[in-house]
Design a protein around this ligand. Structure first.
Ligand SMILES: [Zn+2]
Length: 137
């Protein structure tokens, strides 16, 4: 006999040293941090303790953004639009929501992070990315 069900298992885990620094900067200062890799010169956002390109340890976090460029996007069934945003100063793209505008997006479009008024130390402290030029594009 096979039963198909879903179970909900809440859990808590430590974010880790570098991710904690990243999340605290979002919460306390509305800053977005990345970590440079001294071995391959890749600037990784969100900040990580190791480089996804070469595996080496990263250096002290640096500020990137809050503006960046729309790389790609997709619309989910619930109407949410998720995007890859390459923040100014970063070599990797951050996955986040697109917000506002008329739903017209263009690769290469300039975006800016909009932070929430009440921040908790989560990636959702960034409400989303909006067009730098106002509505739409
Ligand atoms: Zn590297």
């Amino acid at each position: 006999m096979i039963r198909t069900e879903s179970i909900h298992i809440p859990f808590t885990y430590a974010a880790g040293g570098t991710s904690s620094i990243f999340l605290a900067a979002l919460r306390d200062e509305a800053r977005i941090l990345a970590t440079p890799c001294p071995a391959c010169d890749t600037v990784i956002c969100p900040a990580r303790s190791s480089c996804p390109a070469c595996g080496g340890p990263t250096a002290t976090p640096v500020d990137v953004g809050p503006a960046g460029t729309l790389v790609s996007w997709t619309e989910l069934a619930d109407g949410t639009t998720l995007a890859l945003v390459r923040l100014d100063g970063a070599d990797t793209s951050l996955v986040h929501r697109l917000a506002g505008g008329d739903g017209t997006w263009v690769a290469g479009q300039r975006l800016r992070a909009r932070f929430g008024e009440s921040r908790t130390g989560a990636i959702t402290d960034i409400v989303g990315f909006e067009s730098e030029n106002g509505a739409g594009r």
